[in-house]
Design a protein around this ligand. Structure first.
Ligand SMILES: [Zn+2]
Ligand SMILES: [Zn+2]
Length: 117
């Protein structure tokens, strides 16, 4: 049976292996910003600043911003089957580009690397 210290040693080795692997892949495929394609990170500071987070008021059903009533016109005429959904930011500009790139080129991004908004 493995002792806890050797288990910890194995975890450290795994972590080290992952670090070596990611610096190797960064060298071959340097990370590019999903918004503006600048090399260096997956989401640069300029693109992060350009994303407009959605704040209230929003539709209680679909999260559509800038409404005066409890539900937006869409939800009043065609109610959704779901209880509630909400966007965290406006789907425009660099965020729109990044999401389109992500959809068109899945292999370049790891699914666990989400946009740090
Ligand atoms: Zn960028
Ligand atoms: Zn709505």
């Amino acid at each position: 049976m493995a002792s806890s210290s050797s288990m910890r040693g194995f975890a450290l080795l795994q972590q080290r292996g992952r670090q070596v692997w990611s610096s190797f892949t960064d060298l071959l495929f340097p990370p590019k910003c999903g918004g503006c394609q600048t090399v260096g990170s997956l989401w640069c500071a300029a693109c992060r600043a350009a994303v407009k987070p959605i704040g209230p008021p929003w539709c209680e059903k679909c999260g559509e911003p800038f409404i005066t009533d409890r539900l937006c016109a869409n939800c009043r005429t065609h109610p959704l089957q779901i209880e509630k959904i909400r966007s965290v930011a406006l789907f425009e500009g660099v965020l729109r580009q990044a999401i389109h790139r992500f959809k068109n080129c899945r292999t370049l991004y790891h699914p666990r690397q989400t946009l740090p908004l």
